[in-house]
Structures are given as structure tokens and as C-alpha cells.
Design a protein around this ligand. Sequence first.
Ligand code: GLN
Ligand code: ZN
Length: 781
Amino acid sequence: MSILSLPVATLGTPRIGPRRELKFALESYWSGKSSEAQLLDAAAGLRIANWARQKSLGVTVIPSNDFSLYDHVLDTSVMVGAIPEIYGWTAGPPSLKTYFAMARGAQDDDQHANCSQTHHGHGAPAQNMTKWFDTNYHYMVPEFHSDQSFKLSSRKPIEEYQEAKCLGYQTRPVLIGPVTFLKLGKSADPAFDPLLLLDRLLPVYVEVLRELARRGAEWVQLDEPTLVLDLDEGSRAALHRAYVHLAQAVPDLKIMLVTYFGTIGDNLQTALALPVAGLHVDLVRAPDQLSAIAAGARGDLVVSLGVIDGRNVWRSNIPALVDRLTPALAKLGMHRVQIAPSCSLLHVPIDVKLETDLDSDVKSWLAFSVQKIEELSTLGRALGSDRAAVADALAASEAAAIARETSPIIHSAAVARRMVAIDESMRRRLTPSAKRADVQRARFDLPIFPTTTIGSFPQTVHVRNARAAHAKGKLNDEQYEEFLKEETARAVCWQEEIGLDVLVHGEFERNDMVQYFGEHLSGFRFTKYGWVQSYGSRYVRPPILFGDVSRPRPITVEWWRYSQSLTKKPVKAMLTGPVTILNWSFVRDDISRKEVCQQIALAIRDEVLDLEKAGAAMIQIDEAALREGLPLRKSQWKTYLDWAVDSFRICSSGVADETQIHTHMCYSEFNDIIDAIAAMDADVISIETSRSKMALLDAFKAYKYPNGIGPGIYDIHSPRIPEPEEMKNLIMLARQRLSDAQLWINPDCGLKTRQWEEVRPALANMVAAARHLRAILTPQT
Ligand code: GLN
Ligand code: ZN
């Protein structure tokens, strides 16, 4: 019997709404403007629209429980009753208040609505938040302890299944698999392995699955992306135990085990031995794994082919996909294949049709969630026996692919020439860092413990309003520039007044550290509605890097020149590094990320050299996202770090010895990448350390890191104002690990999310701490 179309699944869709409806509903609820009922109503409306949209676009395997008010990992913690005591919950369905206390901290005011951090003095702090695998989505880290018990506490998966069913949709509910869920969690006792809780957790899963089956579910989707990580035998055994248990306990419900973000690789035997009815694999990140799966899978295993990129925004070449998949389909047999995006569509924007301002070329190469579903539907029919009916869509898909490949706006001969001309001399400073340090010491004549900041100052409502007014044309260019100059001048003057040693201009002209540079480089486009969830109600619109990157004209030089004209103290110029620009954008997929990164590096190098020419003596190149770009598998780290460091060196190495290159990284785990950090060869690095009490400097100590370091001594993630004494103590802890000659004094990160009322006293205290120590300490060397 021929199949008209292969089944089409989505694995999950964006929950935020095409116009950020969820964000607005949440914020309105949090600020007390709307009721719980109104919030829940808005949420239900979004779910209904999602189901209807998928159905109308031809999705046959529609998910439920992919929606979340805040985060699906948090939903899972709440579902199984893993709710730490501090939230005051004991039994029964947890209230929204409990849920949002876990998400955002139990604060009375909503001033810090989007802050993940501990709110001193606001009651129970939020749970920790961290990145979901290698995405820019952040989840709330489950908290476990050794006598943790679980019980079914929220029936959300069941309720949402039922809700869909009442509307006429037979859905495949989505849950995070039990092993991945435990492995994502943390315990206050680092020696405790959450996997030990598996046997206690499984009964809750059994209860949920049984109830779903009882209500008519035929399939359930269990996400176990942990299967694409390096796993030890314990984790593999846990997977085995979990799925044997679930299959036996709920034999009438079929499990689609879902992996994504990479190859199953050396876990394939484990995966294929699990007694599940289906397996989803990511064939975008790891196309090669299909043959091993086709060869090794049980004859009745349903295979879900993740062939449309759920992590990027480019349209696929569907006819090429048809050709690629046909042999595998012949081998597997049509009856046991589904097609799907590589992962949930959560990580891409919703609908490219809303982008009325994008030029038609670039727009015609893009596919957001809605377009990706359309592509899947076309592909499903083309692979089935309905190819004739989708002939037009296939032709259009191929034509768009060819147009993109050959478009003159993507390829620049000048960039190509520069790329081949990159040579060793461009990757190396003229002399080793120790020599440069001497030259720079003589040039700057800074005191020991020089004080500085990371770059940005508060982006007040005032600043954001002016930017919005300028965007709307209510402020003309001159008026806006005048405004920014005033803000900058005030900031420079104030820094001088409180006695900081190295000043910054404050970054008032920047909307975002990546977007600002993207807007001034060629090769980027920006969307109006291309939002993706970063965490909770915070969404971002990543730039779309579609073509060769170059810098048509200087970007920051005038701002630097202006600020330096106001003071005799050095003003550090401020740039975003190539790796960070790459990692925070949707990047073209027709050339390697390494090449794209080198192109950006060349563009930033131009800026560095122009700044130097203009007289900038210190230039900071932020690489906030270097670490988060690390591949999921350790075996691939070196390759990534090699080209990431290489790009940094390309952009930073063209300057003279007396020009001081700074870099900044917003995190504190350096142990496993310290070689790479040293290889970047920045003269000074500033990092986040205040909350870890400097313990993280051990990596630098053990490595005998030779260059300047500014370990953050002011936690900028909190509104709290640290006293000089506390900061002094942190400096003393840093001195146990680093020499006085190396130490710089600065906050953990930029101050753009803070208020001036906090920043003013905190930085004054920071300067006081440094001064006091200078006065009482005889420098050691
Ligand atoms: N210079 C940037 C700032 O101060 C750095 C921000 C970051 O690393 N996230 O805001
Ligand atoms: Zn930072």
C-alpha cells in the first residue's frame, strides 16, 4: 500500500506567541494588572492557536505539554514535586505563586523581574538557571537532595493532553525523560549523584504515562537529549533501567524517545537496546548517523528523522533532501518513518511572513517555525506518493536554494581576498606578553590594583526612551547624538570624580553588544518579530548573519575619541569579539563557522587598528560567549577552541606593544579551558568571580597565568551594594592566588542592567577598597 504522505511531527513549537503575547500576559500578571485567570486564559489561547496552526499546516503528530508558562524543566520539577522547602509548598497542586517563586524568587516587587539571581532581602531566591545544552535557552536547574522524594504534584501534561483532546486534537504529549531530568539537576552536596534518585522518580512517570494512556494517548514523546553527550556506564545503565521499567509498567503506550543537538555516537548501542517504540534522531547536526541507525534498529522501531534544522533559520532545499533520504527510506520501509525538525522548534522564531521590512532576497532564504512546518509537510508528501501535488513547492524550494548559493549579496570578492591573505604574522603580537607588560607599565603609570569597569553603565528608562524616540523619528540624528554625548560626558566626568583609574564611555549608544556591531557590519540583517525565548519572559532577536562580513567604516572610533577628549585618564575602547558575535547570531550554514568567525575577526581587526590610530591605548574585546560555544562532546572541544582563539588573535594582534588589549568573559569556569584563555594572549582579562569567592582563580594560579587579571569583586547580578570591607576581603582572597602586579579591580560584568543608585555607591566603595589596600600593603611581586 502506498503512503500518500509520511507522518509529520514537530516535537514542540514556540510558546511565546507571534507577537510575544505570553511575555505581555506574564508581565501584566506579575505587576498585578491582570488576574491569574486572565493569565491562564491567555496561555490557553496560545496553546489553541498552536494546535490549530500545526493542524492546518499538515502536522500529523501534534505535541501537547510543549507549552510552558516559564520553562519546561521547571514544569517537570513541579510535576514530580521536586520543590525545595524554602518555597513553602507541602502538598497538593503547587500554586502559580510557588511556581513563579521558583522561577523568579519570592519577591514582593517586580523590579527585578528578569533577573535570575538571588534577591537578597526579597524572600526565597529563584532557582539557579543555566543553559539548555548548547542553546541560548536557559532552564531552571532542578534541586535534589539525598532523601528527596517525588510525588505527582502537577497534572499539567495530563490536563493539556485532555484540553487538546476536547478540541479534537489527538496529541503526542511531550515530557523530559527521567534520566535527562535527573542529570540536569543539582544537589547542594556535589558528591551526590541525582541518578541515585531514579527508582524513586520512575513511579511518578509511570503514573503520568498510565493516566495519559487511560485518557486515550497512543504515543508519548520522552526527550532524552542526554543521549548525545559523553555518558558514563552509570548513565547508560540508568537509561536502560528507566525504559525497561516504563515499557513494562505502561505497555499500552508507545514511547518516542527523542534525541537532539548531536550524534548519539557511542551511545547508539544503548539507545537501540531500549524497549521503546520509536527513536528520533538529529540528522541536521549529525546526518551520518542515519546509516548506522538504519542498519542497527529493531525491525519494528519507528524512526523519526530530524531533517529540518530546528536550530537555525535557513530554508531547506527540499528536493535535495528527498534525494538524500530516499535510499534510507527504502531500507527502513515507509511504514516506520516519521519526519520532523532536528529538535523542538522552540529555538527558532515563529513566522517570517511578519517581517515586512526585510529585503525580499534575504527573506526568501529564511524559514521560521511556520515555514519549517510547511517544509516538513511538503517533504512528507514528496517522499510519499503525493509528489505531483507539491511540485510547485518543490520547485520554489530548489530555486530559493540556488538563488541563495549564487547571490551577489552573500559573496564579496574583497572578503575572499582578505581571507586567503591571513598569515601567521596577523595572529601574533610583536613581542611576548611579559615584555609588553613592561612597555605598558611605563606608558600608563597606573597604581597597583588599578580600578576599572567592564564597559556599560545603566541603560536607564531615559536612555531607552531616547533610543525608541530616535527609532520612531521623534528625535532626529543630531538630537539623539547630542543626548548620547551628554550621557557619555556625565559618565566620564563622574568616573573621574570618584577616582577610577581606567575609564569607559558607558555604551549608551548600544542597544545590545552584538546587535550594535551587527548593525554596523555588512553581512547581517535584523528582524522585527524574530524573537526566541532566552529564559522565562525574556526573549531575544538574534541577528541573522547571512553573508560575507566586513566593516564598511569605523564603528566606535568617534565615541572613543569624544570620551577621551573629556579626560586625561585612559579611556578603554570597547568592542565585541568575533566568537561572541558568532555565537549570539543565527549564522549562515553554507560555509563553516570557523570561516565566518575569521571574517568577523578581520572586521573587528580593522576597528582595533583604527582605534589605535586614533590614539586608543587600551582596547577591550569582549568574548562573553566564548565558553558557551563549546561543543557538547569533549572530543570536539579542541577544534572549536583552536579556531575561536585563532579568531581572537586575528582581531587583536595587529597592535603595537604599548597598546593594551583587554578581554572580558562573563563566567568563572576556566579550569578546563585555561590553555585556550592563555593562548588568547590578551594583556588583561576581566572575569566573573565575586560570588564564587575567588575560588575560581585557582585555575589561573595552577596555570601560572602570566598576564593581567581583573577578578570581579562586585556582583552586578544583584541590586545589593557591597561594602568596601567585603570587596577588600575578596581582593585579599585574590592575592592568595595572583601577584599584586597582575591584579586589576573591577566588577563582574557590565552595569547596564543596574540602576545608578546602586552603581554610584558600589563603584565608590570599590575605589575605596582598592585605595585602602594600596595604602596598607607593601606590594609583593
Ligand atoms: N562591555 C560589555 C558591557 O559592559 C560586556 C557585557 C558582557 O560581557 N556581557 O556591558
Ligand atoms: Zn560580562
